[in-house]
Design a binder for this molecule. Structure first.
Ligand SMILES: [Zn+2]
Length: 411
């Protein structure tokens, strides 16, 4: 019998046909990423993209470490690391003859799904809080149905999207155990570096990105660089999980004011994933939390000193700069021998309004550099075309929601 997963809650090895039965053993944790794939990563490789990694002497000198690598995930097709997860979902869809996908997202995951399904001539249903500023941008895609949920937060739209069970529709918020092999593209890029990094830092929501990188590295590098997830003040369940030495920690509420400009760091349903907890332990890593918007500002001001990066338009969105902000804020935690790899997880052009609010100083540089580098994540926004948006209440009957989506799928 070939085992395919290790349960991180009870250490048992299980096969794929035992997943449902096994998850019933941990019934109150069915929604968490608890199964760690143990199959050969090379079998599941599906996405080849050459993401640039730069080194910055100015940033390394300021932090006081030997070297700093900047991994520019903003280079991805839709401008963020979500492309790895969406590409993985689409790959599974192709294998199962599926052409419709749904996702709950108030940001980059939705943009990535819209752009990549458009590329493949597929369609997507996007669940989003009606208050989201991204609705205008998303409405420029002809291949998607936007379902704006009135008076809702991210957890409400996530719950609605997850309950939608329609044949032929694939949930792109699929569980991490399915998605993380999509990240091995990044692990391969990291493996090619010399010298190897001692630490890998990135801002996290549910930790899928760092979990996937660690999963890929587990098969190739020993020891694995220390995995360092970074979070905003009062919105970082991993910090609580580690502090309390529990594999799962669910926050009851978030202080939205402090995470406002780093919206991507808000974890789905406010819980940490046992996957990332496992990665921190596996790599002897740690967490940096308590970031506030002003820490992000300081990181942008430091980045502006490195003209080599800014002239190449290596400028992240506020969520994407959290890793650099933490390295700067907690620089005393490092030594002169350390080599940091800091991931800029998403590009500034995906969040221009946030950039304007948080760091207007960099706005002109961003626009000028985007023109020179012919970077174009802008969308043709047509204010007259709003036929692909439907607004609903969060207590809508599931049967009615199903009918709305099925009718759109049949068009
Ligand atoms: Zn178990």
């Amino acid at each position: 019998m070939s085992f395919e997963y290790k349960c991180l809650l009870c250490d048992r090895l299980i096969t794929s046909d035992q997943i449902t039965l096994h998850k019933q053993k941990h019934a109150d944790t069915y929604e968490y990423a608890t199964l760690w794939p143990i199959n050969d990563p090379f079998i599941d490789f599906c996405y080849d993209v050459d993401i640039p990694i730069y080194s910055s002497k100015i940033i390394a000198d300021t932090i006081g470490v030997k070297k700093v690598y900047i991994l520019d995930e903003g280079y991805n097709y839709s401008g963020s690391m979500k492309d790895y997860l969406v590409k993985r979902s689409i790959d599974i869809g192709i294998k199962n003859n599926i052409k419709f996908f749904n996702v709950a997202s108030s940001g980059n995951h939705a943009i990535s799904l819209a752009k990549l399904t458009q590329l493949y001539d597929y369609k997507a249903v996007i669940f989003i809080p009606a208050s989201s500023v991204k609705i205008k941008l998303l409405s420029s895609f002809d291949n998607i149905l936007i379902i704006g949920v009135r008076n809702s937060n991210y957890e409400d739209v996530y719950s609605l999207s997850n309950q939608l069970d329609i044949e032929g529709l694939f949930n792109a918020n699929a569980s991490n155990e399915i998605l993380i092999p999509g990240l091995q593209t990044v692990s391969r890029q990291i493996c090619s570096l010399s010298p190897q990094p001692t630490h890998i830092l990135a801002g996290v929501g549910n930790g899928t990105y760092l979990s996937g990188i660690t999963w890929g590295l587990e098969h190739t590098i020993n020891p694995i660089p220390k995995i360092v997830p970074v979070g905003m003040n009062n919105a970082f369940p991993f910090e609580n999980a580690l502090f309390n030495k529990v594999k799962i920690f669910k926050k009851k509420s978030y202080d939205i004011t402090n995470v406002y400009e780093a919206v991507g760091s808000i974890a789905v349903e406010s819980f940490n994933s046992p996957h990332l907890y496992h990665c921190i332990k596996l790599s002897n890593g740690f967490v940096f939390g308590n970031l506030i918007n002003n820490d992000l500002r300081k990181a942008y001001l430091l980045l502006m000193n490195d003209i080599n990066l800014t002239k190449k338009c290596v400028i992240p969105e506020p969520t994407g700069i959290m890793g650099l902000a933490a390295a700067l804020k907690y620089k005393k935690a490092f030594t002169g021998d350390d080599i940091l790899l800091i991931s800029f997880t998403g590009h500034a052009l995906t969040s221009i309004l946030s950039i304007k609010r948080l760091i207007p100083e960099i706005y002109n540089t961003l626009i000028a550099s985007a023109r020179i580098n012919k970077k174009n994540f802008s969308f043709q926004i047509n204010n007259n075309k709003r036929r692909n948006i439907i607004y609903i209440d969060k207590d809508i009957k599931m049967s009615m929601l199903k009918t709305i989506v099925q009718n759109w799928m049949c068009q």
